[in-house]
Write a protein that binds this ligand. Structure first.
Ligand SMILES: O=P(O)(O)OC[C@H]1O[C@H](OP(=O)(O)OP(=O)(O)O)[C@H](O)[C@@H]1O
Ligand SMILES: O=c1cc[nH]c(=O)[nH]1
Ligand SMILES: [Mg+2]
Length: 211
């Protein structure tokens, strides 16, 4: 597993406003969208391209385009949905799958309530979107879903990760799949309720309200 932590003043600034408990939902949604756009640039660095012949107004040349088959972007609902538009804006040729998952707050196990993925992901680069990587249970389960469909290149785009969850994902990934995690920041730890500290609270609730 490779880890890329964004190191950029714009990311730090936006993340600080995002974390602030007084930031309202409307601003929170806007900031998530902006942060994803910044992270997407790094997250797509390893994407495969193929040559493309074009003519400029001056002469023919060989350019590059994103290789087929198209990448698949998968937001993990609810909170990952807030990252979808920012990601597809940068990657307009991508297709989109959906995973609906929630963490059982008693057992901390990930429960899947929706799974809408193509059956065959052979040769496709999969981008999983979820702002929070806490215990890692949700991300490990999501990686399992795409690996069992044949994906071997998986990039998770997250806003915050806990060291504990990163370790769990690294141990679960092994060498059956190339996993990269692109994250705006790695925080200190998890608290007794497995929330990220200092974190930003419950990302889904802050985006869409308390359920
Ligand atoms: O790393 P883990 O310990 O598995 O926790 C992380 C998960 O928890 C949050 O989702 P949540 O279960 O709150 O669902 P929501 O997006 O609907 O709020 C978050 O968006 C991740 O999906
Ligand atoms: O800190 C956390 C942990 C899990 N899910 C969240 O939304 N926030
Ligand atoms: Mg939540």
């Amino acid at each position: 597993m490779r880890l890329h932590v964004a190191d950029h003043p714009l990311v730090d600034h936006k993340l600080t406003v995002l974390r602030d408990e007084t930031t309202p939902s409307a601003t929170f949604r806007l900031l998530v969208d902006e942060l994803v756009t910044l992270l997407a640039y790094e997250a797509t660095r390893g994407i495969a391209t193929e040559p493309k012949e074009i003519r400029t107004p001056i002469q023919p040349m060989t350019g590059a385009r994103i290789a087929a088959p198209a990448p698949l972007v998968v937001p993990i609902l609810r909170a990952g949905l807030g990252m979808l538009d920012g990601m597809t804006r940068l990657l307009p040729t991508a297709e989109v799958g959906f995973l609906g998952m929630m963490r059982d707050e008693e057992t901390l196990q990930a429960v899947t309530y929706a799974n809408r993925l193509p059956d065959d992901l052979t040769g496709r680069h999969v981008f999983l979107l979820d702002p929070m990587l806490a215990t890692g249970g949700t991300l490990v389960a999501a990686i399992d879903y795409v690996v069992e469909r044949g994906a071997r290149e998986v990039t998770a785009v997250c806003l915050l990760a806990a060291p504990e969850g990163l370790k769990v994902v690294e141990e679960a990934s092994g060498d059956r799949v190339n996993v990269e995690i692109v994250v705006a920041a790695v925080d200190e730890r998890l608290n007794e309720k497995a929330y990220i500290v200092p974190g930003l609270g419950d990302a889904g609730d802050r985006l869409y309200g308390v359920v």
